[in-house]
Design a binder for this molecule. Sequence first.
Ligand code: NAI
Ligand code: MG
Length: 356
Amino acid sequence: ARQRIAVIAGDGIGQEVMPEGLRVMKAAADRFNLSLSFEHFDFASCDYYEQHGRMMPEDWKSRLEGFDALYFGAVGMPERVPDHVSLWGSLLQFRRHFDQYINLRPCRLLQGVTSPLANRAPGDIDFMVVRENTEGEYSSIGGRMYEGTDRELAIQETVMSRHGIDRALRFAFELASTRPKRSLTSATKSNGISITMPYWDERVNAMATHYPDITVDSFHIDILTARFVMHPDMFDVVVASNLFGDILSDLGPACAGTIGIAPSANLNPERRFPSLFEPVHGSAPDIFGQNIANPVGQIWSGAMMLDHLGHAEAADAVVKAFEAVLAQADSAVITPDLGGQGTTETLGRAIADRLV
Ligand code: NAI
Ligand code: MG
């Protein structure tokens, strides 16, 4: 049956990298005979906000609910709309309403890409960060007291439910089971955060008993960030709460090179709701309009989308295609962030051409 994909390019370079993402998705669909349809939406953008006074129409849920996946660019134009308005009015609504409780980010150093870490070669960095995406430290429970006085205070509670933790852990352990290293690292801070983090550790240990062939270790978040930088080669699957995962899932891709290539998936693994696939980077207003944004983050996110839709072979071919083009490092093709003089389009086309 035909699979329907909602395309939301959003703001800034989202509008420049999305056409290249779609070019590659269409090339993959042709090559592997996939029946995919793409429907474009102009909301979840600051243009839409300026016309309508809101980021999305009132019926956005019913309009997007029936899709098999959401292919997203980036949102945010801080000079025109405050970031908390654009982000909370769009992307964060998708994550919550569609119960995308896993944020998955591959961190892999590719040939042709330079890591900011000294002496790192492709193969040294190849791990996945699994972030719990719905609860934890990002609850809205709390408030302020004694405002305007010198006793003023603010409280925000952390929520860790068995259901919420276990479903994230189960996903991470299952993922680790599919990878050759069969290793899982948990981010914790149970020495300092004495109630919720020991509970997290307890659930990790409980889940581990169901996966006896996975090697499990656990690090406090402070030393873990240091190890990301000093020993990125020791990681395979890293699972973390919402806040720790937020930090690690930016640090990991940063260790693996330019932000322009990093992909991410916001997953509802049971497929009750559409999952969302987007590059890690934002709308990059500083380079918008120059056609020099690197489209690989958008394209790699598209490969994750194909995989989620059940097209592993096509996903693999897309990954191989951009790996080959990056490894070639033809300076007329690759974008300036990779040291070339190419454009968003020359790089996108070169990748799509590999799939024909
Ligand atoms: P950003 O990721 O947009 O840009 C950071 C730096 O990386 C900039 O110098 C930019 O030129 C560069 N860069 C980003 N993507 C690139 C690409 N594909 N190729 C080459 N260079 C690239 O982050 P920033 O500047 O903090 O945020 C700008 C706007 O994007 C804000 O409104 C922010 O809220 C929004 N944002 C949205 C995200 C999303 O939609 N998921 C994620 C992060 C930020
Ligand atoms: Mg972040």
